[in-house]
Design a protein around this ligand. Structure first.
Ligand SMILES: *Cc1c(COP(=O)(O)O)cnc(C)c1O
Length: 383
């Protein structure tokens, strides 16, 4: 059978695994030797490629992973990654058996899910480790604190369930204002009091965990036995407020190449609907990257003109002009030409702007910029 595969692509995400290892070491230095690091690799490892990130992270001392869906877990398990893997979000009821097949450790927080899981584990005759998730204020997933004890008891009485962890999740651990700090401390307080109540009844989970990136940086008392930093490992601070306190390096560099250059005359328009027109004769480069790749169309329809996005070519910034299309966009090279076809263009990372800079322009967070890089963009890995 003939297999059709592209050898190389113009638009690619270069994943700098050396930076990934560096960031993991930064976190290791913060939490010390005795705290485990669980790396969330949900959403294809925040767009970086879950399998390759997991492989490199295991080498760098990460001891557990976390995903949001069973499908994400399957991809990583198929690649031979055997480390403990948390499942943050409950699957469809039809997929509960896959939790056992894939050897996942789900967050549990209600009696129904515990019963379903217990029945599936019993029929498979396989022990399933679970983490009891307590809702300390986010009001997303988790049990009310006053039901945690009863659920913990239910878990330890299920013959094929193991209470491996008790966990919670912060609301705004990345923020530094008084209100956020007070809320984080209140969440920590609710968590430790609820855990104490459970432990007083001689129920002892193996591990406690609560800290995401913000919690890892700001609340050492939230490190407990394991931390779950995602964004930090991928090289970004979760907020401007904590950025100065942490030195991490962006792992992803999004690049493309110029595929066409043309000269247009003053008054001529570029791209659909000619929303941009040249004020003088100028050179226009076409880049094979568009909104289907994750380059939001919003960047070419900025909320304010200052939000207009530039790209970097040979260390110099050039603005995107005209509407960003599905697969392409255009940049204004100016009236004299300093670049040529096939030159490398950096969208973010590497020597270019950061995903955070782009996020600021799109009025979003770096998380969304990274996750938005579509699966059709080839990932290449540099060690
Ligand atoms: C995504 C996620 C994390 C990681 O969050 P970061 O802000 O990327 O560090 C940790 N815990 C849970 C439950 C999550 O959903």
């Amino acid at each position: 059978m003939l297999l059709y595969t592209a050898r190389m692509s113009t638009t690619k995400a270069i994943i700098h695994l050396d930076n990934l290892r560096y960031n993991i070491q930064v976190i290791r230095n913060i939490v010390g030797e005795n705290v485990k690091i669980c790396l969330p690799i949900k959403a294809n490892a925040y767009g970086h490629g879950a399998v390759e990130i997991a492989r490199a992270a295991v080498q760098a001392g990460v001891s557990a992973f976390a995903v949001a869906t069973v499908e994400e877990a399957c991809t990583v398990r198929r690649a031979g990654i055997t480390a403990p893997m948390l499942l943050f979000v409950p699957p469809a009821r039809e997929s509960v058996a896959d939790i056992i097949t894939c050897n996942l450790e789900p967050f549990v927080f209600n009696a129904e899910f515990i019963d379903t899981l217990s029945a599936a584990a019993t029929s498979a005759q396989k022990k399933v480790s679970v983490h009891l998730k307590i809702d300390t204020g986010l009001h997303r997933l988790g049990c009310p604190p006053d039901t945690a004890y009863a659920l913990a008891k239910k878990i330890i009485h299920a013959p094929f369930l193991h209470l491996k962890g008790i966990a919670s999740h912060f609301v705004s651990s990345e923020s530094n204002d008084d209100e956020s700090r007070a809320l984080s401390k209140q969440q920590l307080d609710i968590f430790t009091r609820t855990v104490a109540h459970i432990k007083a009844a001689d129920i002892s989970p193996d591990i406690l965990h609560m800290a995401n990136s913000g919690g890892t940086i700001q609340y050492p008392q939230a490190h407990f036995d394991m931390v779950r930093p995602g964004l930090l490992v991928y090289g970004y601070a979760p907020s401007l407020a904590v950025a100065q306190r942490i030195d991490v390096r962006p792992v992803m560099e999004l690049v493309t190449q110029i595929v066409d250059i043309k000269k247009i005359s003053s008054g001529e328009g570029v791209s659909y609907n000619h929303v941009w027109k040249a004020k003088q004769d100028t050179y226009i480069a076409t880049l094979p990257i568009g909104y289907a790749d994750g380059l939001f169309r919003l960047f070419s329809q900025p909320l304010t003109p200052a939000d207009n996005l530039s790209v970097r070519i040979h260390g110099k910034d050039y603005p995107i002009v005209g509407r960003i299309c599905m697969d392409q966009c255009m940049v204004n090279l100016g009236s004299t030409l300093h670049v040529q076809r096939w030159d490398t263009v950096t969208l973010f990372g590497g020597s270019g702007q950061s995903a955070q800079d782009m996020a600021n322009r799109a009025h979003t967070c770096s998380y969304e910029i990274l996750c938005a890089v579509d699966s059709r963009v080839m990932r290449t890995y540099s060690s």
